[in-house]
Design a protein around this ligand. Structure first.
Ligand SMILES: NC(=O)c1ccc[n+]([C@@H]2O[C@H](COP(=O)([O-])OP(=O)(O)OC[C@H]3O[C@@H](n4cnc5c(N)ncnc54)[C@H](OP(=O)(O)O)[C@@H]3O)[C@@H](O)[C@H]2O)c1
Length: 315
C-alpha cells in the first residue's frame, strides 16, 4: 500500500448498484495491460479495454469475452477513432463514467535532435489526444453529475530530465490542463486526478523512441553522445531498482476510483513522493545546479565539443 492509500482509506466509496463504465486507453502493454487485467476480474465495473488496431488480436487472446468487458480499437491521435469509440460506448452502455488516459509514448532525444514531426506526435499522443477524449466524455458526465477523469502523468511532468524534453513537455501540459480542469469540474461533481509514476520496474524502456539523430549520436561520438551513453544505462538501472510496478500503479488507480473526491496529485512511487517534496522545499537557485551535479557522467558531457569557460563553483 502506498502512502496515498493509507491516507485516503476513510474516503472509500461503498459499493452500490451503480456499475460505472470505464474507458482505458493503451492497454496492449505495461500499466494499461495491468489495468485491463485488474478490471477484467471486477464485474462491478463495465470496462472498455482499448488499444491500437494492431494490438487488438493480442488482447483478444489474453481476455476471453465477458459481459462486462469490451475490447475495441482506439488510436488516441485519430479524430475518427476517438469519435467512433465515444459513440459506440454511448450506444452500448450510455456513456463513459470513468476515463483513464493511460496511452503514452516517450522520446529519448535532446531538443536539437527532435524534428517538428516528432514533437507533434509526442504531443498528439500524450496531451492533445487525452484532451480530445476528455472533451468527448465530459458532456455526459456533467449531465449525470458524477464521473472521474484519471490521467496517467509522470514525475517528468514536474521535473524534467535531459534527453526527455519533449516527453516532459507533454506531461507538463497534461498536468497544467488537468489542474485547471479540476477547478472547472468541481461544480459538476466530476473528479480529476493525475497519477504520477516515477521510475517503474517494467519493460517499458523497450518502447522508448529515438529520433534518427539521437540514435546516430548514441552510437557515435559527437556533441551529445555522452548524454545518451550515460542517461540510458542510468535510467534502466534506476527502473530496475524501483519497487513500483505496473501492477502497483494499476492497484493505485483502482483505489483512486474507489475514493470519494480523490486528490488531484497522486504520487505512484517512492521517488515521485521524494521529487514532489524536493521540488517544493528546495530553494529554486539550488535545485537545478544540485540535480545537475548528480547526472550520470555529467563531467564528460560536451567535453571536446565546446569552448565553454568555467564560471563558478557550480560549473
Ligand atoms: N513505465 C514507466 O516507467 C512510466 C513512468 C511514468 C509515467 N508513465 C506513463 O504511464 C503510461 C503508460 O506507460 P507504460 O510504461 O505502461 O507504457 P507502454 O508499456 O509503452 O504502453 C504504452 C501504451 O500506449 C499505447 N499507445 C501508444 N500510442 C498510442 C496511440 N496513438 N493510441 C492509443 N494507444 C497508444 C501503446 O499501444 P501500442 O501497442 O498500440 O503501441 C501501449 O499500449 C504512459 O502515459 C507513460 O507516460 C510510465
Amino acid at each position: 500500500m502506498s502512502l496515498y492509500q493509507y491516507i485516503y482509506w476513510f474516503k472509500r466509496i461503498r459499493p452500490n448498484s451503480y456499475q460505472p463504465v470505464i474507458l482505458i486507453t493503451g492497454c496492449s502493454s505495461g500499466i494499461g495491460l495491468e489495468l485491463a487485467k485488474l478490471f477484467y476480474k471486477l464485474p462491478q465495473y463495465r470496462t472498455v479495454i482499448t488499444a491500437r488496431a494492431n494490438s487488438i488480436a493480442k488482447l483478444r487472446e489474453i481476455f476471453l469475452p465477458a459481459d462486462h468487458i469490451r475490447i475495441w480499437d482506439l488510436d488516441v491521435t485519430e479524430k475518427g477513432s476517438r469519435s467512433t469509440i465515444a459513440n459506440r460506448i454511448t450506444d452500448e452502455w450510455g456513456g463513459v463514467d470513468i476515463l483513464i488516459n493511460n496511452a503514452g509514448i516517450s522520446y529519448r532525444s535532446v531538443i536539437e535532435h527532435m524534428t517538428h514531426e516528432d514533437e507533434q506526435l509526442q504531443m498528439a499522443t500524450n496531451y492533445l489526444g487525452p484532451m480530445a477524449l476528455i472533451r468527448a466524455v465530459l458532456p455526459s458526465m456533467r449531465g449525470k453529475g458524477r464521473g472521474k477523469i484519471i490521467n496517467i502523468s509522470s514525475v517528468s511532468g514536474m521535473l524534467a530530465m535531459p534527453t526527455m524534453s519533449s516527453y516532459s513537455a507533454s506531461k507538463a501540459a497534461l498536468e497544467g490542463a488537468s489542474e485547471a480542469l479540476w477547478y472547472e469540474m468541481r461544480p459538476f461533481g466530476i473528479d480529476v486526478s493525475l497519477i504520477q509514476p516515477g521510475f517503474i520496474h517494467s519493460e517499458s524502456f523497450k518502447n522508448v523512441r529515438y529520433t534518427e539523430k539521437a540514435r546516430h549520436s548514441e552510437n557515435g561520438r559527437d556533441d551529445y553522445s555522452a548524454f545518451y551513453q550515460n542517461m540510458k544505462p542510468f535510467v534502466s538501472k534506476v527502473m530496475g531498482l524501483s519497487r513500483a510496478t505496473p501492477e502497483s500503479v494499476a492497484s493505485l488507480v483502482l483505489h483512486v476510483i474507489q475514493t470519494e473526491r480523490p486528490p488531484l496529485w497522486v504520487p505512484a512511487s517512492l521517488d515521485a513522493e521524494f521529487f514532489y517534496y524536493l521540488r517544493r522545499l528546495m530553494p529554486r537557485r539550488l535545485l537545478h545546479p544540485l540535480l545537475f551535479k548528480f547526472l550520470p557522467g555529467v563531467k564528460s558531457w560536451g567535453v571536446g565539443f565546446t569552448h565553454k569557460r568555467k564560471r563558478g563553483f557550480w560549473d
